[in-house]
Design a protein around this ligand. Structure first.
Ligand code: ADE
Ligand code: ZN
Length: 336
């Protein structure tokens, strides 16, 4: 696809770009409509009377205020079919947005803590991902995230429970409340995961300081940094990230909704890109933050005047930063 350095990228241009999504919490794609359907299916009384009330509750002032509601909503997910429906609904959005490859996160501890077995969660998600490949042509890898507000022993137990399903899992990640829970807290479990042949990613530098990004790189040895936008506070770190081409999975709409930035016009993603960092665009928790991948891209055109050339670079970065093989990446890039 030819692209111009000066033309602001239109929605049609952005949709047609082959894109990978590398930072998406599958529980964060639970739309209020599906939440009500699953509540009825599972005989659960929701604390909201209708969809309007749910949407009104999605008025967040920081990460924790979002997480409190996000974990509450996940309670409607009970059966393998529920996890299948959740994942399939997300994949239909991928198809509509021109996402050709996706690497969703899931939070097993959110479910096992409620007595839902690991197998129910993983089988539901992976059956939908398989159908996504066969019926929609969307490839995928699955990432198991540890909840950082829980203990490392809890994370080790989670990894143990996942062992029968490791053939479905490509990487481990680290999410939930960042401040006060630095990557170093999880050094042992990330070492265990690496020894099992898994890749590693971690949320760092979303609300947490640059120090957490250093720890993610040097103590738990990640292959990608999730968010990472606070790296711009540390010039040495910026230089290091640029030189290593360490991927940063940035989530613009999420950052504005969680007040990392007051307005999209203040977001630093294009500054990071122009500095030479390997940044990508992602939706994080699209049902809660007002948009799937394409809407994250169009917000950058609207508020930051992102050019076609910048958009094409961001899309190429996403495919190159995925956990696909070199041949698979080439095949996707050739579609551009
Ligand atoms: N879990 C779901 N979304 C998250 C985010 N943006 N940061 C940390 N944990 C999360
Ligand atoms: Zn996230």
């Amino acid at each position: 696809m030819s692209h111009s350095p000066n033309t602001v990228a239109s929605e049609a241009f952005l949709r047609a770009l082959p894109k990978a999504e590398l930072h998406l919490h599958i529980e964060g794609s639970l739309e209020p409509e599906l939440m009500f359907k699953l509540a009825e299916r599972n005989n659960i009384q929701l604390p909201y009377a209708n969809i309007e009330e749910v949407k009104k509750a999605y008025d967040f002032h920081n990460l924790q205020s979002f997480l409190d509601i996000y974990y509450q909503c996940a309670d409607v997910l009970r059966s393998e079919q529920d996890f299948y429906d959740l994942t399939w609904t997300y994949l239909l959005h991928c198809q509509a947005d021109g996402v050709v490859h996706t690497e969703p996160f899931f939070d097993p501890q959110t479910h096992t803590q409620r007595g839902i077995e690991m197998g129910i969660v993983i089988n539901g998600i992976t059956k939908a991902l398989k159908d996504g490949h066969e019926k929609l042509g969307i490839s995928s890898k699955l990432i198991l995230c540890f909840l950082r507000h829980l203990s490392e022993d809890d994370a080790i137990e989670c990894l143990e429970q996942a062992k029968p399903y490791l053939h479905h899992i490509t990487a481990v990640g680290l999410d939930s409340s960042e401040l006060g829970h630095p990557p170093e807290k999880f050094e042992r479990v990330f070492k265990m995961a690496k020894d099992l042949g898994l890749k590693a990613v971690a949320h760092a530098g979303e609300e947490g300081p640059p120090e957490y990004i250093y720890q993610a790189l040097d103590i738990i040895h990640v292959d990608r940094i999730d968010h990472g936008v606070r790296c711009s506070e540390d010039e040495t770190l910026m230089q290091r990230l640029a030189a290593s081409q360490m991927p940063l999975t940035v989530c613009p709409l999420s950052n504005v909704r969680l007040k990392v930035y007051d307005h999209m016009s203040e977001h630093n993603i294009l500054k990071l890109l122009e500095f030479g960092l390997n940044v990508t665009v992602n939706s994080d928790d699209p049902s809660f933050f007002g948009g799937y991948l394409l809407e994250n891209f169009t917000a950058l055109s609207e508020h930051l005047k992102m050019s076609e050339a910048q958009a094409a670079q961001l899309a190429r970065n996403s495919i190159n930063s995925s956990f696909l093989t070199a041949e698979e990446k080439q095949a996707l890039l050739a579609k551009a």
